[in-house]
Design a protein around this ligand. Sequence first.
Ligand SMILES: Nc1nc2c(c(=O)[nH]1)N[C@H]1C(S)=C(S)[C@@H](COP(=O)(O)O)O[C@H]1N2
Ligand SMILES: [Mo]
Length: 406
Amino acid sequence: MKRRKFIRNTFLGTAASLMGADIVFSASIPKGYTPIALQNPDPYKLFNKDKGMTILNDKPWNIEAKAHLLDDNITPNKYMFIRNNGLIPQNIDIANWKLTIDGESVSSPKTYTLQELKSKFKNYTYQLTLECGGNGRSEFNPPAKGNQWTVGAVSCAEWTGVRLKDILEDVGVKDHAVYIGYHAADTHLSGDPKKEPISRGVPMHKALQEETLLAFKMNGEDIPLAHGYPLRLVAGGWPASASGKWINRISVRNKVHDGTKMKAPAYRVPCKPVAPGEKVKDADMCIIESMPVKSLITYPKSGAMINEEEILNIRGHAWAGELQVETMEYSIDFGATWNACKLENPVNRLAWQHFKASIEFPKKGYYEIWARATDNKGVSQPMILPGWNPKGYLNNACHRIAVKVK
Ligand SMILES: Nc1nc2c(c(=O)[nH]1)N[C@H]1C(S)=C(S)[C@@H](COP(=O)(O)O)O[C@H]1N2
Ligand SMILES: [Mo]
């Protein structure tokens, strides 16, 4: 079959399955015409997402969860947020997908097929927390431009792949290596093939960590297309922008990677605290590395009603970037006093930890439950908004839910 025709048939196949019907006169569809039913695709069907997810943007697609949807210990695809900077690659040719390792700091570039990657290197599986640097942005004032994420741009899925470390060892990295930068197959919103929507990376110490994977499976299956099929970098605990999707090239750089969205102010915060609304020079903005300590109450859903004398069992997850969460507390009196939650250890480094607590309320009325995690360096979540920054990153304020006792 000619490639053109093949693409057209796959497209029509997808189209038919999305519409739930055959396109009877498909042969007569003019070239380049998109059937009406597909002009405004239903993102829930397109990405297999739960109807409770919030669509923040469609070009590019940005979709977030709600706190109570993140109740699973391992986030399933249907509740996983999507954050895209460009357009999702289409018609991925898995048989010819290649990963090239190049850059100033490799002796000579090397290219692998997917099959070589999977079979040549040992496979590892880890649960890894990925949180968008802009999660919580909607609360900042003065507001920051960009997707107004509330609390749902975080996930902890189980990723399977090979260690970036093992691949870099196989290629041979020179002593002057400083950073790795990823390149991917998504396209710029402008359609310009010379522009990359995003090309970020991490310093060598993070690239060489045991848990930094080039993953080809998520939750035991092929990675869903929107989350990086067929190959994704996963650098847990760092802003998820470092975890490149649809990866086809990694450059080992002899300087801090200078790809798209590496330069200030993208994914950077003021190196020193600033007043809300203050202008910050690019030179005074620092790259975000490990994410701060944070937690979410995933049960009950905010607005829960319980009966007097009923005990409420709350639960949720807590994470702390490269660190571990050491204590987890809750308050029912707006932070005046705090009580301990039961907190589990992570199943592996960089996985979120689960907590629970049983709460008795003194009498009928309106309450809020606030949750606060503290990392193993003694740093706690702020009760309300932390330091303002121009791009609205790193809001790790305590999560709060409302409960009525009747
Ligand atoms: N190639 C590519 N990788 C990417 C992005 C992108 O737009 N293109 N977005 C990044 C950002 S900003 C985030 S927060 C995460 C989101 O991952 P998810 O959509 O799988 O939840 O992917 C990162 N990797
Ligand atoms: Mo992000």
